[in-house]
Design a protein. Structure first.
Length: 212
């Protein structure tokens, strides 16, 4: 039986955990998330880019737990708002704000905007406690609606209209969303060379003294 490599999903976001677990199904990895561990030091997402934040979350989680960690930093970049909410997507309406508050603020900021083009962007980072990391990126273009549609997904999904399927992300099934989403594209880039990633992870774990 092939040894399953431990990999911590550096998030407590239930939606992200579901999507990442689904997308990595079938690979020889033993997935955990932050809810499987006790209290951990907070990670301040103070990077200026998605890549900086993704790496910071992955590296600090890997360092704290002594295990490889996979983190994503993703968000919505709206053209008329000069790329906002961007890296502030999860807290656009303030620290502790939920999806409803963030969506409400976005609609308020988009009042009377004729250019409603937007993109979901995702950067994935796999880091090991020693510091090295692998980076993968995905992006999907869409339009911000004037009111939410759909009951699925999370975050800004009800406002993000995807023209190629004539639906919002919140109206897509999980499989449909995974095929076209920014996170799905980043994971597909990762999956396309996951055999090499597994070799890289095994080498890094052996350097830590793991018997693989």
């Amino acid at each position: 039986m092939e040894f399953e490599i431990p990999l911590v999903l550096a998030t407590r976001n239930k939606g992200k955990i579901r999507e990442l677990t689904r997308l990595l199904a079938g690979y020889p990895v033993n997935l955990k998330n932050l809810d499987h561990f006790g209290p951990l030091p907070p990670i301040w997402e103070d990077g200026c880019t998605f890549e900086e934040n993704a790496y910071k979350k992955a590296f600090e989680t890997a360092s704290a737990l002594g295990l490889p960690a996979l983190a994503d930093d993703s968000g919505l970049a709206v053209e008329a708002l000069e790329g906002l909410p961007g890296v502030f997507s999860s807290r656009y309406a303030g620290d502790g704000a939920g999806d409803e508050e963030n969506n409400r603020k976005l609609l308020l900021e988009m009042t009377d905007k004729t250019n409603r083009k937007a993109a979901f962007v995702c950067t994935l980072a796999i880091a090991v406690p020693a510091g090295p990391a692998l980076i993968y990126e995905g992006r999907v273009e869409g339009v911000i609606l004037e009111e939410p549609r759909g009951e699925g997904g999370f975050g800004y999904d009800p406002l993000f209209y995807y023209p190629l399927l004539d639906r919002t992300f919140a109206e897509l099934t999980p499989d449909e969303k995974n095929r076209v989403s920014h996170r799905g594209k980043a994971l597909e880039e990762l999956r396309s060379e996951f055999d090499k990633v597994l070799i890289w992870l095994r080498q890094r774990l052996r350097e830590q003294g793991w018997d693989l």
